[in-house]
Design a binder for this molecule. Structure first.
Ligand SMILES: Cc1cc2nc3c(=O)[nH]c(=O)nc-3n(C[C@H](O)[C@H](O)[C@H](O)COP(=O)(O)OP(=O)(O)OC[C@H]3O[C@@H](n4cnc5c(N)ncnc54)[C@H](O)[C@@H]3O)c2cc1C
Length: 494
C-alpha cells in the first residue's frame, strides 16, 4: 500500500537509526504517509550490531553478514558452548532492506528541537526551521532522545566497550567461533570487571572488544583500550593491522517510558535490554505492533500515541522491565571476582531458561522464577550482594516474588521467527493468561539440549560473506552440520 505523496502526513519519525527506520517502514506498510527526520541522509548504521539469530524476524535474517553456530562463553578455563546461533548484521544490507520495506518515504534533514500539540496534530520543529505536522510522532533519536528523555533510575548505568577489527598472525580467540563473553584473566588498569567479546570474521580478521557489561561509573575508553591491548599482548596475539576501531557507551537501565505525547521508541524508548544491552532485534520485532496500533487508532478514534504505547508496553512487559532493572542493580553490586561465577551459574541454567531471561517478552513470573533458581545455584558470597539489591527495592522485589509464586501472565507480543521455533519454542503466541505451572512448562522446561534444530537453522539463515564458518550457500548442509557437531563434541563432553 503506497500513500499518495500529496496526502497530509500520518506520522513523523525522528531518527534514522535501526529503530527509527524500522518503525517508519512498518508504518508505511500499513498505508500511512511517513516522514523521517534526521540530521543526515540515508546512511549505514555506524555501530557493530550482533543479535541472536532466532531473535531476528525471518525477513531480517537475510541481513546477517556472519552467523556463528560455535558460540561460547568462558567463565573458567573451559568454554561453555551456548549452542544458539549468533548473527553479525550487515548494516548496509539491513538499512537497504528497511528502506525497501518502507517504499517511497519522505526524508527531512534536520535536528528536532521541539514539538507541540496543534489541534489534532503535533507540530515538530527542527533547528533548521522546518515544521512537520502529523497526528503521530515517534521519537527514535537514540539513547538521549530528542523530545523525550529516558529516565534511568539511580542514574545511568553504562555499558562501555572498546573494540578493534584487525588482522592477526595468531588467532586472538577460537577460530571459527564467536566468543560472547571471555572472563578469563582480567588485565588492568583498574579493577572494573571486563570481558572479551570476540568474533572470527574469516581468514586473519577478527573483531575483539574489551567490554564492561554494566557499571556506574563506567570504565573509560582509554582504560578499556589499554586493557584490550594488555590482554592481547599477554595472550601473545597482538594485532598486526588495525582496520577499524569502535567505542561503545550507552545506558542499559532506562525505565519504561510513561504514556502520553510522542511515542519514545528504540533506545530512546527504553528498549535496550538491561542485562544484555541488545535492542536492535527487539525494535525490529515490536515495530509492527506499534504500526498496527497506530493504523487501528485511525478507525477507532483513539489517540495514536496512547494506542501505540499500550501495544508496546503491555502490563506484562512493564512488570518484566521492573524485574530486569532489579537484575541491573544486582549486577552492579557484584565485584569482578563474583561476575564469572554468576555467569557460570547463569549459563548452566537450562537453555530455555536463560534464553527466556534475555527475552524482553518473557513475563515477570517466569523471569523472577529464573532469578530465584539462579540464586539457589550461586556461591554464598555471590548471593549476598544480590540479596542486598533485592532488599534495597522491597516493593519491586515483593511484586517479583509474588509473580514468581502466583499466576503468570503471557505476553501479548507475537511469536518469534522460525529460528526461535526451532530451538524448542513453539510457534504459538504465549497464552494471554495461564496458571503458573503451565507458564513454567512453556517458558522454562522446553529443552532441546542437543539443540540440533538451531544448529541446522542457523546455517540456513546465513547469507553474505559468511566465510568464517564455512557457511557457503553451495555447501552441503548435512555435511556441514555433521562437521560442526564433531567440532562441538569436545565442548559438549567437557
Ligand atoms: C557502538 C555500539 C554498539 C552496539 N552494539 C549493539 C549490538 O551488538 N546489538 C544490539 O542489539 N544493540 C547494540 N547497541 C545498543 C543499541 O541497539 C544501539 O545504540 C542502536 O543504535 C540504537 O538504535 P536506535 O535506532 O534507537 O538509535 P540510534 O542508532 O542511536 O539512532 C538515532 C538516530 O536519531 C538521530 N537523531 C539524534 N538526535 C536527533 C534529533 N534531535 N533530531 C533528529 N534526529 C536525531 C540520529 O542521527 C540517528 O539517526 C550498541 C550501541 C552502541 C553505541
Amino acid at each position: 500500500m503506497s500513500p499518495r505523496p500529496d496526502r497530509p502526513l500520518d506520522a513523523v519519525v525522528i531518527g534514522a537509526g535501526p529503530a527509527g527506520l524500522t518503525l517508519a517502514a512498518e508504518l508505511a506498510r500499513t498505508g500511512q504517509r511517513v516522514q523521517v527526520v534526521a540530521p543526515h541522509g540515508p546512511q549505514a548504521f555506524p555501530a557493530t550490531y550482533g543479535a541472536w539469530l532466532d531473535d531476528l524476524p525471518d525477513w531480517a535474517q537475510a541481513s546477517a553478514a556472519h552467523v556463528w553456530t560455535d558460540v561460547r562463553v568462558y567463565t573458567g578455563q573451559q568454554p561453555t558452548p551456548l549452542l544458539r546461533p549468533y548473527a553479525l548484521l550487515d548494516n548496509d544490507h539491513l538499512r537497504r532492506t528497511l528502506m525497501d520495506r518502507a517504499g517511497p518515504t519522505g526524508w527531512t534533514r534536520g535536528t528536532v528541537i521541539h514539538a507541540q500539540r496543534d489541534g489534532t496534530l503535533w507540530a515538530v520543529h527542527t533547528r533548521e526551521g522546518d515544521v512537520l505536522r502529523a497526528p503521530f510522532v515517534a521519537d527514535a533519536a537514540g539513547h538521549s532522545g530528542s523530545l523525550t528523555r529516558p529516565h534511568h533510575p539511580g542514574g545511568a548505568a553504562l555499558q562501555t566497550a572498546y573494540g578493534l577489527t584487525a588482522e592477526f598472525d595468531t588467532p586472538p580467540s577460537a577460530p571459527g567461533a564467536m566468543v560472547w563473553m571471555d572472563y578469563r584473566t582480567p588485565h588492568g588498569p583498574g579493577d572494573d570487571p571486563t570481558f572479551l567479546y570476540a568474533m572470527h570474521l574469516g581468514g586473519r580478521r577478527y573483531f575483539v572488544e574489551e567490554t564492561s557489561l554494566i557499571a556506574r561509573p563506567a570504565p573509560t575508553r582509554a582504560q578499556l583500550s589499554q586493557r584490550l591491548h594488555a590482554r592481547l599482548r599477554a595472550q601473545g596475539t597482538p594485532p598486526t593491522r588495525v582496520l577499524h576501531e569502535e567505542w561503545v557507551a550507552f545506558p542499559m537501565n532506562a525505565a519504561a517510558p510513561a504514556p502520553g505525547g510522542p511515542l519514545a521508541f528504540g533506545a530512546a524508548g527504553g528498549l535496550v535490554h538491561p542485562i544484555s544491552g541488545f535492542q536492535v532485534a527487539d525494535a525490529l520485532r515490536t515495530a509492527p505492533l506499534v504500526a498496527r496500533a497506530v493504523a487501528q487508532s485511525r478507525s477507532t478514534g483513539a489517540d495514536p500515541h496512547d494506542a501505540a504505547w499500550a501495544a508496546l508496553w503491555t502490563p506484562e512487559r512493564r512488570a518484566a522491565r521492573e524485574v530486569h532493572l532489579l537484575g541491573v542493580q544486582a549486577l552492579l553490586n557484584l565485584t569482578g571476582e563474583q561476575l564469572a561465577p554468576f555467569f557460570q551459574a547463569f549459563f548452566a541454567l537450562p537453555p530455555a531458561a536463560w534464553h527466556a531471561f534475555l527475552d524482553p517478552d518473557t513475563p515477570s513470573g517466569p523471569l523472577a522464577r529464573t532469578m530465584l533458581r539462579l540464586f539457589t545455584r550461586l556461591p554464598t558470597r555471590t548471593r549476598l550482594p544480590l540479596a542486598r539489591a533485592a532488599l534495597a527495592h522491597p516493593a519491586v522485589s515483593a511484586r517479583a516474588l509474588r509473580s514468581a509464586l502466583n499466576a503468570s501472565t503471557g505476553s501479548a507480543h507475537p511469536p518469534r521467527s522460525s529460528a526461535r521455533q526451532a530451538d524448542g519454542m513453539t510457534d504459538n503466541p504465549r497464552p494471554e493468561s495461564t496458571d503458573h505451572t503451565a507458564a513454567d512448562q512453556t517458558v522454562l522446561d522446553r529443552e532441546d539440549l542437543n539443540q540440533t534444530q538451531p544448529v541446522t537453522d542457523g546455517m540456513q539463515g546465513a547469507t553474505g560473506s559468511a566465510d568464517a564458518n564455512g557457511l557457503d550457500p553451495d555447501a552441503d548442509l548435512a555435511e556441514r552440520v555433521a562437521e560442526l557437531r564433531e567440532n562441538l563434541r569436545p565442548l559438549t563432553e567437557s
